[in-house]
Design a protein around this ligand. Sequence first.
Ligand code: HGY
Ligand code: MN
Ligand code: MN
Ligand code: MN
Length: 428
Amino acid sequence: EPTSCSENHHQPLFVDRESLQRQIDELSQFSDAPSPAVTRVLYSENDISARRYIKDLMRHSGLSVREDAVGNIFGRWEGSEPELAGVATGSHIDAIPYSGKYDGVVGVLGALEAINMLRRWGFQPKRSLEVIMFTSEEPTRFGISCLGSRLMAGSEALAEALKVTFDSQNMSFFDAAKFAGYANDGQDISTVFLKKGSYFAFLELHIEQGPILEEEGVPIAIVTAIAAPASMKVEFKGNGGHAGAVLMPARNDAGLAAAELALAVEKHVLESGSLDTVGTVGIIELHPGAVNSIPSKSHVEIDARDIDEKRRNIVVNKIRQSAMDIATKRGVVLSEFNVVNQDPPAQSDESIIKAMANASEQLNLNYKRMISRAYHDSLFMARISPMGMIFIPCYKGYSHTPEEYAAIDDIANGVKVLALTLSKLSLS
Ligand code: HGY
Ligand code: MN
Ligand code: MN
Ligand code: MN
């Protein structure tokens, strides 16, 4: 044994911080944006390289690796009773443009370090343990959030929709999947669907993506529920024309229709009666996109969420109504109003919450219960398995930005709680 190993290397709950940090840094290099930003889009060259990196780490952790038809990756540690439903944990490694290197990644690399810890400890699983890297949690390329976990949860509607889904470069989903080496059975991806009860439990470790834990100095949050996300794609069409020659009364400006709809989103959200309702217009594209040409087409993408599903649906309906009213008032055509997803919230499983609380207490880690306002693959895994999430603090709550940061000691705390909870659930 090299003498450099510090004694605590043999403590059961030793987290190899430097190798975990090194992996986080190495993984962040597979990016279409210059460091410290990370852009890693589904089935891109960098996504394919990052997937290879994760599969190598899974094998190094002694896991047997399989991939499904859309590229969800499963690393399995067979238990002594492999016929029992296993215990799974995981997250995503895709990253929206110019974001950070911890969102999702902490729940994949941290899960592998939790497996390494249990092995070092000499742990023997009864229920098999699985680390899952989900395909495309982010909606970046095809506008569909949690694409991999939504399919695993059995969404026939999504499996159908993917047959007519194209990215902004007009590449079809299945051509992109084939480019990355997936979808070898053609468009039949029903093999991705998992049956309810496939897992005894599903856990996800993730950065909070909010400021509460850091502000309150609490190292661990146990998530009790995940808010209900919805997203919409809207298009307006007008006649366009010359910015100088067409007088104002003669215009039907698709760009102004988009701008008015964005303000309408803000109005309906603020009028919901609750601080828990949020709305974002993250994409507005104007065509032809010339300073001296009246926009003849506008493309707007809207994200609306709330921990209360009914309140969220009222906002979605008001946004739809505003889009129609604005089109009439401005004489433009509402050529598309597409609710891409309108998902219910998910509740964490009480027994998993308890197991996480026990693990935190055993580790002398203070914790608090919290609702996740961000969505995660856990939102869909909750449809086929009891679910639980562990949050760790992140710097000022920053996320989806290059400033996203989580301290390795905070990550190590999350990994320890995850490892202990996995071991308990595996033996139950
Ligand atoms: O948008 C979200 O909530 C997640 O981080 N993709
Ligand atoms: Mn040693
Ligand atoms: Mn994210
Ligand atoms: Mn995430």
